[in-house]
Write a protein of this length. Structure first.
Lengths: 145, 145
DNA sequence: TTACAACTTAAAGTGGACTTTAAGTCAATA
DNA sequence: TATTGACTTAAAGTCCACTTTAAGTTGTAA
């Protein structure tokens, strides 16, 4: 008869590979309280599928601009139970607001970069008045203050 | 009779304010060769409108992810004249490619953040099965691998 | 003219997020 | 059984882009 599909567990190196981090980074995150590892009889860490999901989620939050300290705060509140949901929601909404601000800024930076690239391409192929200063070009394109 | 409108020049503090940096940062950029300041008779730096435009442009490039070292390289090539335009163009296009890669990643992170926020809101207002794990919610929303 | 703010330099310090080192233990394979 | 690779800890080191400090000079306003 088929064995029960037993929950897979991973030593730190394999786990690190699975979440695209290094073993020292995993240990560092654990030291910061962002995750807790189970240990086997000889004291070695092992991780489960649930840990993979958790770390991936953390990395998504981190990717939106949350610092390790923000994540720590989030994790602390999470451990305190449902009464801290408003706190967590506020933290995430602040993160979201900060993110959107930076996002808009960075979009403007990108526009200028794109314009500059096009300006160089134009200059290179000699298609246009190659003496036109970039500032004039930007003006003509409708960019910059 | 009206005086000729003389080109305005700014001491480092005023200049720093105008480009939203600090005086030490301006000195640091100068030390890195990203800009050159003129000096008055007593050795103090002064800056012009052209310097303002230049620094703002540098900050746009920086804002797309270029490091101080990238900017240094760019500035070096610029000083070498038009034969380095292909080099500069390649550098900017690499920057653009890196930027777009990160941009897409970060958009995915944002989606997850937004989903989590909505999930908390739902949980808070008790509108739905508040026992639904976030992973299930993500699945239902069509997100995550 | 006296204060004081703004400037000058060189060098050391900071913060965040890891990364590396050192010294040792454990497990799997030849 | 011997070697090798993966693991353990605590602590020190790294990288980047500034920021701060220290010690001194200059410009301006009361």
């Amino acid at each position: 008869m088929p064995a029960l599909k037993t929950e897979s567990s991973y030593p730190i190196g394999k786990f690190a590979d699975l979440v695209d981090l290094t073993a020292p980074t995993i240990r560092y995150y654990e030291s910061q309280g962002l995750l807790k590892a189970r240990r086997n009889d000889s004291g070695r860490r092992y991780f489960t599928e649930a840990d993979i999901k958790w770390v991936k989620f953390l990395l998504h939050l981190k990717g939106t601009g949350m610092s390790i300290n923000d994540l720590k705060q989030y994790v602390t509140w999470r451990a305190m139970g449902d009464e801290t949901i408003p706190n967590r929601l506020a933290l995430l909404e602040n993160t979201q607001a900060d993110f959107m601000k930076k996002y808009r800024e960075v979009q403007h930076h990108l526009e200028i970069l794109n314009d500059k690239i096009n300006w160089y391409k134009q200059k290179e192929t000699g298609k246009t008045d190659s003496q036109e200063p970039f500032a004039d070009y930007l003006n003509r394109m409708g960019h910059e203050e």
